[in-house]
Design a protein around this ligand. Structure first.
Ligand code: PMP
Length: 441
């Protein structure tokens, strides 16, 4: 039974386990946005496998695509050898990419995780430019391998990796609610852009010839912090002017989630390199890096790996990309995201423990703060991680699974599938509202 399974796993699993600590459930069935536990309880899933489920659980087109591979007796695993599934996946992916990459891009299958593709992007730009250092941003999350940790913001997880081979310089990300410049008032993005430019032009700034800039268009793990479109355009101009390849990590923002197929398209920005994973595999592990062909400086075998040809993932991924594109689910994500933001804004008015609500499309965050604290000069109040955790538990008790994230683990994150129904939107908001009220008591 449920309790026994949880206890047995707790006894053997690493103490680094995360979700298992705070989501005391044993999922045995799932469909769409619903997950059914071993005890028969039903949950609405706003975690979506950490953002991998663009179409929710067990979507018929994904199931069918996987079943076709199995029924055909095709190899499940094929290294990087050409297969019909890889061909189809590549076609589907390129049909969605920003124009310059769609026309002149190259793809490297990495895998199986997002962090592998981040490593590939760092190595690629370093090889192509011959330059070592990387510009990264505060609050960033790019994964758990050495290079990805080096360009991420969370220092705690990375301290044992001190001396990692990637030399990164972290610049202030435009986090409006907790303005790194202590100003706020809508000026954060403008100040960040001008800081970046001055910093790069300062001969004593301490950064020599960066080989890349890497960033998330909306920081996910960092607490759902969307970068304004104008800021992203400025980063594009600043990097282009200085011949610095711009790497966009769209591992979490991709496949329609933020209201455009790729988040950079919302800002009309064309990167040199894109790092893609999570939803592109239609819930199966798959990660790729896509880049401008002039960066293709690798010798054969320069970037290898065993799991670069998982036929099932390519089939599931191709089906997912096609379904999102043909049904324009990114538009649905934009619309529903706006509904969510409006309703969450109402919730923030009703509850002092909500400091900020923000997001883009179906990547949404509710920042939980100390209700009885006074705001600092920028209007922000201290983060309240314990209260956020209580809200998450109250959500779970009401059949709602949410994610926590952010600088202080005090941001309740909602990543529902793009196929969420109007009725499910209502249910998520009702349950979240009740959970906040219960946790506050
Ligand atoms: N980049 C971003 C933006 C992510 O959100 C994540 C995962 N949350 C990663 C990279 C790392 O992906 P993975 O966990 O598959 O290695």
């Amino acid at each position: 039974d449920r309790g026994a399974i949880i206890d047995r796993q707790r006894a053997r699993e690493s103490s680094a386990r995360t979700y298992a600590r705070t989501l005391a459930m044993v999922p045995v069935q799932a469909h769409g946005m619903t997950v059914v536990g071993a005890d028969g309880r039903r949950y609405l899933d706003c975690l979506s496998g950490a953002g991998t489920l663009a179409l929710g659980h067990n979507h018929p087109v994904v199931v069918e695509a996987v079943r076709r591979v199995i029924d055909a007796g095709a190899p499940w695993h094929s290294l990087d050898i050409a297969t019909p599934q890889k061909d189809e996946f590549t076609d589907e992916l390129f049909a969605t990419l920003p124009r310059s990459l769609a026309e002149n891009g190259r793809i490297q299958f990495c895998g199986p995780a997002g962090t592998d593709a981040v490593e590939a992007a760092l190595k690629l730009t370093r090889t192509a430019t011959g330059r070592q250092s990387v510009l990264a941003f505060t609050g960033a999350y790019h994964g758990m391998t050495a290079g990805a940790l080096a360009v991420s913001g969370g220092v705690a997880a990375k301290s044992p990796m001190a001396g990692a081979a990637t030399e990164a310089v972290r610049l202030p990300y435009p986090y409006e609610y907790r303005c790194p410049f202590g100003v706020g008032a809508g000026r954060t993005a403008e100040l960040s852009a001008s800081f970046v430019e001055r910093f790069l032009d300062d001969p004593n700034g301490g950064v020599v010839d960066p080989g890349a800039m890497i960033l998330e268009v909306v920081q996910g793990e960092g607490g759902v912090v969307p970068a304004p479109h104008a800021w992203l355009q400025q980063m594009r101009r600043i990097t282009a002017d200085r011949d610095i390849p711009l790497i966009l990590d769209e591992v979490q923002t991709g496949v329609g989630r933020t209201g455009s197929f790729w988040a950079c398209q919302g800002a009309g920005v064309e990167p040199d390199v894109m790092v893609l994973s999570k939803a592109i595999g239609g819930t199966l592990p798959l990660a790729v890096v896509v880049y401008a062909d002039h960066l293709d400086s690798w010798e054969p075998g320069a970037h290898a790996g065993t799991f670069r040809g998982t036929t099932l993932a390519m089939a599931a991924g191709a089906a997912t990309l096609r379904f999102v594109r043909e049904n324009e689910l990114h538009r649905r994500a934009a619309e529903v995201g706006d509904q969510f933001l409006a309703a969450l804004g109402g919730l923030a008015h009703a509850h002092r423990c909500i400091g900020d609500v923000r997001g883009r499309g179906l990547m949404l965050g509710v920042e939980i703060v100390e209700p009885d604290s006074t705001p600092d000069a920028t209007g922000a109040r201290p983060a309240a991680p314990a209260l956020a955790l209580r809200i998450r538990q109250e959500c779970l008790a009401r059949g709602l699974i949410v994610e926590l994230g952010g600088r202080h683990d005090a941001v309740v994150r909602l990543l529902p599938p793009l196929v969420i129904t109007d009725q499910e939107v209502g249910a998520v908001l009702d349950r979240l509202g009740e959970a906040v009220a219960a946790a506050e008591r």
